[in-house]
Design a protein. Structure first.
Length: 264
């Protein structure tokens, strides 16, 4: 069995920009639709927000791979090691970890998903689609390389995580960080809409610190209205559009206009 390409890892290695998009549906066709557009290096399945099972993740990965697209899976805090290991075994090319607070948590998290080599972590070799298929098993060296090339992404969305940011981005293996303004606002007791400018300043600070230590910030957006601003700030990795937010925008805008036409 040959190693599968990881388009997001290749972008990072070659200092190229990347673009992703976020989905919550487990219907593989949604992932396939995004991947087949040819616009994205990866499709991000926001498993933190959605009901799903392991077979769903396999099918999302397969659908993305049809068009050479990588898959990133966002996982919850509490059972992150288990879910991340199963996602990697299903074919995920990247894992986005939510709700971490400090460098010790990040170190332990990455240790749990690194292959159990003499100088590695504790993740063994599951008999899943990552390491074997009808052509046989992947060579051990190739398997270790494939797992090591999984992109490790950390959400910075807690006040403690921001305070510990310089230590977090220096943890070996951290590839990317992303800011979560709504979770951060909740963590400090703010309503996001009332503190937009402060949240933007905090986001910019995260970007500056990450770039200082050669860790790539990924900016999560719903549209392109702020993209140029962040590009000028030095950001080269973006995730644009969220399936749920797209639905909300449609229903609250087009639905409202339709109701107005009906006079209700």
């Amino acid at each position: 069995m040959e190693r599968r390409p990881n388009k997001l890892r290749e972008a990072l290695k070659n200092h190229q920009p990347s673009l992703g998009t976020r989905i919550e549906s487990t219907w593989p066709y949604i992932a396939e639709m995004a991947a087949s557009s040819g616009m994205y290096e990866y499709v991000q399945f926001d498993g933190e927000y959605a009901p799903y099972n392991q077979a769903d993740v396999e099918n999302i990965c397969r659908a993305s791979e049809l068009f050479g697209c990588a898959t990133v899976v966002k996982v919850d805090r509490k059972n992150r090691a288990f879910v991340a290991q199963k996602a990697i075994a299903s074919g995920a090319h990247g894992i986005l970890f939510a709700d971490l607070y400090n460098e010790e948590e990040v170190q332990k998290t990455l240790y749990d998903i690194c292959p159990s080599t003499p100088d590695g972590g504790i993740f063994g070799r599951p008999n899943r689609r990552l390491g074997m298929n009808g052509a046989g098993r992947m060579k051990v060296a190739d398997y270790v390389l494939q797992v090591n090339e999984v992109v490790k992404m950390i959400m910075i969305e807690k006040e403690d995580a921001m305070k510990n940011l310089e230590k977090i981005v220096q943890v070996p293996g951290v590839d990317m960080v992303a800011f979560g303004p709504h979770d951060y606002a909740m963590n400090v007791g703010w309503e996001p809409e009332e503190h937009e400018e402060e949240l933007k300043q905090i986001h910019h600070h995260m970007i500056d610190i990450a770039l200082k230590y050669d860790v790539q910030p990924c900016v999560l957006l719903n549209d392109t209205s702020e993209m140029q601003e962040y590009y000028n700030w030095g950001v080269r990795h973006f995730n644009i559009g969220d399936e749920l937010c797209t639905h909300i925008a449609f229903h609250s805008s087009v639905g409202k206009k339709a109701k107005n036409i009906l006079g209700k």
